[in-house]
Write a new protein. Structure first.
Length: 183
């Protein structure tokens, strides 16, 4: 597996080694020892999640507040998504900046999103199955949503004819409200 730094500290793109031939392919999608060694820290995953979404569905930007902040290792096993992480670490030099990757069943890329980031994705294919490992359990009282179209963040989402969002995602807070910085 190759782990690639992104412009946002701690956010990593993971490219597995894929072995393919006329029969199909094989790859190791996760190896705890190699993952921890590459990150230089011990990360323990406690929950796996699997979602199915149709074309144009936009989920996010989601996060959980401390002490239940989640790190996420995300990948797509069917279809393709535009995957986004936003740095919401108020002490970070890159606070409010975003980074996106296209994750797909074809490219098999994964994104490590450490605690302190909001996360969202938009489905580009007819449908997409999205898998993610989390470092903390879902804790409804700690979850929060930032507006997907917050102008302070300025995410350049793909231009699709229609987007489908949940009521919760449509009602997300702006970054300044969800993650106020101390002066």
């Amino acid at each position: 597996m190759q782990i690639i730094d992104t412009p946002l500290a701690g956010l990593k793109l993971i490219q597995p080694r894929v072995f393919g031939d006329s029969r199909g392919f094989f790859y190791e999608s996760f190896n705890q020892q190699q993952f921890n060694q590459a990150l230089g820290q011990e990360v323990i995953f406690v929950q796996d999640n699997h979602s199915l979404s149709s074309h144009g569905v936009l989920r996010g930007l989601h996060f959980q507040r401390a002490p239940h902040a989640q790190g996420k290792l995300v990948r797509v096993v069917a279809g393709e998504v535009f995957d986004v992480a936003v740095d919401i670490r108020t002490e970070s030099d890159s606070f409010g900046r975003w980074h996106a990757e296209r994750l797909s069943a074809d490219n098999k890329k994964q994104l490590w999103i450490p605690p302190g980031f909001a996360h969202g994705f938009m489905v580009l294919s007819a449908s997409a199955e999205f898998l993610y490992k989390t470092t903390d359990y879902w804790h409804p009282e700690s979850e929060a949503t930032i507006r997907w179209d917050d102008p302070q963040i300025g995410i350049e989402w793909p231009d699709l004819p229609a987007r489908t969002l949940s009521d919760k995602d449509q009602a997300g807070a702006c970054l300044a409200e969800a993650c106020p910085r101390r002066k």
